[in-house]
Design a protein around this ligand. Structure first.
Ligand SMILES: Nc1ncnc2c1ncn2[C@@H]1O[C@H](COP(=O)(O)OP(=O)(O)OP(=O)(O)O)[C@@H](O)[C@H]1O
Length: 312
């Protein structure tokens, strides 16, 4: 768990981060979103003390981060930046091994870990370990950057615009990879982006910042349905709100008793998938199938409509 309590950072006369407080639960993804200069990166970098707070307290698992050296703190926290920051003259394997080497792991343990991480990101060790960063695509470099940040098994991963340089298709894949790896390893992630759609897709919680202030800190469904007045409202106006809301909940959440004609949809599919199927098959309702394939009820256009609009 990470707790920020009344954290501020000034650069000369400028207040970059202004009295920010929020708590990140262990094993979740929190996304800090806002426009350029809103204080996102400064907030992130205060967590691993690349930037020291001017005032306020940051605790990780109850321990004040000011009570350990910055270097020691950072060894236990993965950090990924835009453009991945790989060392260009080092092989992929050596890049990934950076922190374990610093920590003095023995070479066979390091080699095992490098193989494990490459495999985790669907990169065959025999194909990739000996390559240099310039021999990889942008998406592959990005995966190696994340693998390197995870090498020493940190419980916490900080990511600053990690997917900013990727084209939309590779970016979508990188986001899915991150979600899968986060679920599998159960790590805590704090990620900075200026893209509200990315925030909604990845975050269990979203922290919206503007002018150094935290304007709203809430789960994506709440940010969409009840945005704080003003800036947050403007930000979410730009995303397809009904569709985003539908993509956040599974079919099982509004399954009704009864049956319907047509191809069944899985209870684990999203409400957005259900809408797509209903429109495609031009039906008012479709049957819903449970994990074993047995029908468990129906989903209707009417209930989707009720779920996709402004809450009454
Ligand atoms: N080292 C520094 N010295 C002086 N001012 C700084 C420094 N770092 C950040 N700032 C200022 O603090 C404010 C917040 O910067 P920060 O990098 O946290 O914003 P951001 O939301 O991450 O922006 P971006 O999305 O453009 O990276 C900006 O106005 C920036 O110019």
């Amino acid at each position: 768990m990470i707790e920020l309590e009344n954290v501020s950072r000034r650069f000369g006369d400028q207040v970059a981060v202004d009295d920010v407080s929020f708590t990140v639960e262990r094993g979740t993804i929190t996304v800090i979103v806002g426009t350029s200069g809103s204080g996102k990166s400064t907030t992130l970098r205060m967590i691993n003390r690349l930037i020291e707070p001017s005032s306020g307290t940051i605790r990780i698992d109850g321990k004040d981060t000011a009570s350990v050296s910055g270097e020691e703190l950072r060894r236990g926290i993965g950090y990924v930046i835009q453009g991945n920051g790989l060392f260009p003259h080092w092989t992929v394997a050596r890049n990934i091994a950076t922190v374990p080497t610093l920590l003095g792991w023995d070479s066979s343990k390091i080699a095992r870990r490098v193989d494990e991480l490459l495999s985790l990101f669907s990169m065959k060790p025999e194909d990739f370990a000996k390559k240099f960063p310039h021999q990889l695509s942008g998406g592959e470099q990005q995966r190696v950057g994340v693998a390197r940040a995870l090498a020493a098994e940190p419980g916490l991963l900080l990511m600053d615009e990690p997917f900013g340089a990727l084209d939309p298709i590779i970016r979508a894949k990188a986001q899915e990879d991150l979600l899968a790896v986060q679920r599998r390893l159960g790590i805590t992630v704090v990620l900075v982006t200026h893209d509200m759609e990315e925030a909604i897709h990845l975050g269990h919680k979203i922290a919206v910042m503007d002018g150094g202030k935290l304007l709203q800190y809430a789960p994506p469904a709440e940010i969409l349905a009840k945005p704080a007045h003003g800036f947050v409202e403007k930000l979410v106006n730009g995303v397809d709100r009904p569709f985003r809301l539908l993509s956040l909940a599974p079919v099982s959440s509004i399954v009704e008793p009864g049956t319907a004609e047509g191809p069944p949809i899985a209870a684990t599919a999203t409400l957005r998938d259900a809408l797509s199927e209903l429109l495609w098959h031009q039906r008012e309702a479709l049957p819903v199938a449970g994990p074993d394939g047995a029908l468990v009820g129906r989903i209707s256009l009417a209930s989707l409509r009720a779920h996709a609009g402004v809450p009454a």
